[in-house]
Design a protein. Structure first.
Length: 135
């Protein structure tokens, strides 16, 4: 059952907040990466490179854990566990440029050097949200 995102988390998702994503490798080992994060106002939204380890892990097992930290006080963070509810390539390049504007203030610079890379938009259904202490 998907949980509604609290306002404090939505506020963090709308600014350039540090985000850490854990997926599961084929042998069950965790795989952790830092990534940019966004929201559609109801869900956590990630934009990842198609074919990446994160993509392969989530295609096999859609469970995901995400920590979103307050960029002004990294001791304040939300811990989210959930599942990828929707994966699409539609609008992937437009989305990564929008997220890059939030984090860098410029269009996405294609760190891989490949502007033709496949971009996947992942919509996350939050199943458990642990807020910062006192919230």
């Amino acid at each position: 059952m998907s949980q509604q995102l609290p306002q404090g988390l939505l506020d963090l998702l709308r600014k350039p907040s540090p985000c850490f994503v854990a997926t599961l490798m084929p042998d069950g080992a965790p795989q952790l990466t830092e990534t940019w994060v966004h929201t559609d106002g109801e869900h956590i939204v990630l934009n990842i490179v198609g074919g990446s380890q994160k993509d392969r892990n989530l295609a096999r097992d859609p469970r995901i854990a995400i920590n979103v930290a307050d960029p002004d006080d990294i001791r304040r963070f939300y811990a989210i566990r959930g599942r990828v509810a929707v994966t699409t390539t539609e609008g992937g390049h437009e989305s990564i440029h929008e997220i890059s504007q939030k984090y860098l203030g410029i269009p996405y610079p294609y760190f891989s050097g490949n502007p033709d890379e496949t971009r996947l938009i992942l919509t996350i259904a939050a199943e458990k949200i642990t807020p910062p202490p006192g919230e």
